[in-house]
Design a protein around this ligand. Structure first.
Ligand code: ADP
Length: 467
């Protein structure tokens, strides 16, 4: 709405300026002057009339309102012109040719209706077409109107020239009109830019929402698969266990005497099934824990229990946990860290490192994995670096998004929910730090976790390697 007012105001003022400058340039053979209040009234008529005309035509839509707006606009500029002419005082006898007067009003209204029609219709170059038509309306009004205005000077003075001040006034009026038009154009430009920026932001937000929703749907399918696999194992082995007695007794011959050996066999079988159920149950629990953990962090329920602990011991503990898996995968784990005491949440720090080392073993096919700790100017850094397959540059930011895995759904040999790194990021941010990644395809990946943690006592770095 404010744009209609601004457009109308600018149109009103500039049309009046055009009219007034043209009158200043009008040279008769007799002295002429201006009636101040009537001249001012003609300016007000121009502004108010164009505002009403443009607002009526523009805000309501529909052909009738548009035509009505155009008629109001045309009548307003005609009223401005003739009020201005009445304010024009010349020493002579003035007569009006009613035909031209009527014709000028008809030109002004029809051409204004056409101009507003072109503006409302939109399309290519509509603003340019409207401006052209409006200019035609103003010129037709002015020159036909001037043809209707006839003056017979009382005393003919063929050498009479308009006063030099008229030129100055004309320049001031033209300058003012120019400033107003430039200001309006500038506001239009700024508004347009801001609008385009907001549209761009909205588009980005929509794309992000769409991609989040796509990732969630994909996550749901991955999750059902992830949950089904260990559950199938649990149910399968539990079924074996339930039938273990019958199964074993069916193998015992009718004359065979039941001995301790049979109980031992049943015990061994039960132990094996129990271990498998336990491992599948543990896997299931870790998936559920990840989901619960992430959702509670999403709800800002991350409570950190900060206390002093040894960075070196923490890294050793992680390496110990992964020795078996590393051996299976043919990887060597190296720990390198000064024996520093830092203040952070130990179990959450352990969780981050377990995720990172687990990922390096699961995804990278690395043969060397380094767990490093080092003091930096404003805190402490943990690093997990591998010499594995690396991550493509376009995936580097994405891997920290929740429910995001780089591998296709069919290609997920290692399972996982795509929550590990998202949780690590939240935990690092929760400590006031951050987690970053650097990677080169085919050469390896380094994750750096930065904690702005206070540090106590620094000793020399200790090196160890375990295969
Ligand atoms: P998940 O919780 O399923 O293990 P993450 O969020 O931990 O998933 O990891 C997201 C993705 O990051 C994985 O799909 C994997 O492709 C990639 N990734 C993480 N660490 C590494 C690594 N060290 N080397 C190569 N790819 C990795």
């Amino acid at each position: 709405m404010s744009w209609y007012f601004l457009t109308a105001m600018t149109a009103g003022v500039t049309i009046w300026c055009t009219h007034f400058i043209a009158i200043l340039a009008y040279q008769l053979d007799a002295p002429a002057s201006f009636h101040l209040s009537l001249t001012f009234a003609s300016l007000i008529i121009a502004i108010l009339g164009s505002t009403v005309g443009i607002v009526v035509a523009g805000t309501s839509g529909g052909g009738f309102r548009m035509a009505l707006g155009g008629v109001i606009f045309g009548l307003a500029i005609s009223a401005m012109h003739y009020t201005g002419m009445v304010a024009y005082r010349v020493q002579g006898v003035i007569s009006w040719d009613l035909f031209y007067l009527f014709l000028s009003v008809v030109f002004a209204t029809t051409l204004s209706v056409a101009a507003l029609y072109l503006a409302c219709r939109g399309g290519r170059f509509s603003a340019l077409k409207m401006t052209g038509m409006m200019t035609a309306a103003i010129l037709a009004l002015h020159f036909t109107g001037m043809a209707a205005f006839q003056v017979t000077p009382l005393k003919v003075n063929s050498t009479y020239d308009n006063p030099a001040e008229y030129t100055l006034i004309a320049l001031i009026v033209a300058g003012t009109a120019l400033i107003i038009v430039l200001a309006a154009l500038f506001s239009h430009f700024v508004e347009n830019r801001t609008r385009n920026e907001s549209i761009e932001e909205l588009r980005k937000a929509r794309d992000a929402a769409e991609s989040a929703s796509r990732a969630k749907s994909e996550f749901m399918s991955v999750l059902s698969h992830e949950l089904r696999t260990p559950l199938t194992i649990v149910i399968g082995y539990a079924t074996f266990m339930a039938k273990l007695k019958n199964h074993t007794s069916s193998k015992i011959g009718p004359d065979e005497i039941i001995s301790a050996k049979h109980f031992e066999n049943i015990g061994d079988q039960a132990e094996l099934y129990g271990e498998r159920i336990k491992s599948a149950g543990g896997h299931l629990l870790s998936i559920i824990n990840d989901i619960l953990d992430y959702t509670s962090m999403e709800l800002n329920n991350l409570a950190l229990n900060k206390a002093p602990f040894s960075a070196r011991t923490l890294l050793d503990e992680v390496a110990d946990q992964f020795q078996g898996m590393a051996r299976e995968k043919g990887a060597t784990l190296h720990v390198q860290s000064p024996d520093l005491t830092l203040i952070a949440d130990r179990s959450r720090s352990l969780q981050i490192l377990i995720n990172l080392v687990g990922n390096a073993l699961k995804f990278s096919k690395a043969t060397e994995i380094h767990l490093r700790g080092r003091a930096v100017t404003d805190g402490f850094c943990f690093e997990v670096a591998d010499n594995g397959s690396g991550i493509a540059p376009q995936n580097l930011e994405r891997i920290f998004d929740a429910f995001t895995q780089v591998e296709d759904a069919e290609d997920r040999a290692e399972g996982g929910t795509g929550l590990g790194l998202a949780i690590c990021k939240k935990l690092a941010l929760g400590h006031g730090g951050d987690i970053t990644v650097e990677s080169t395809l085919g050469r390896g990946t380094t994750f750096t976790v930065m904690f702005p943690s206070p540090i106590a006592e620094a000793k020399a770095p200790v090196l160890s390697a375990a295969a």
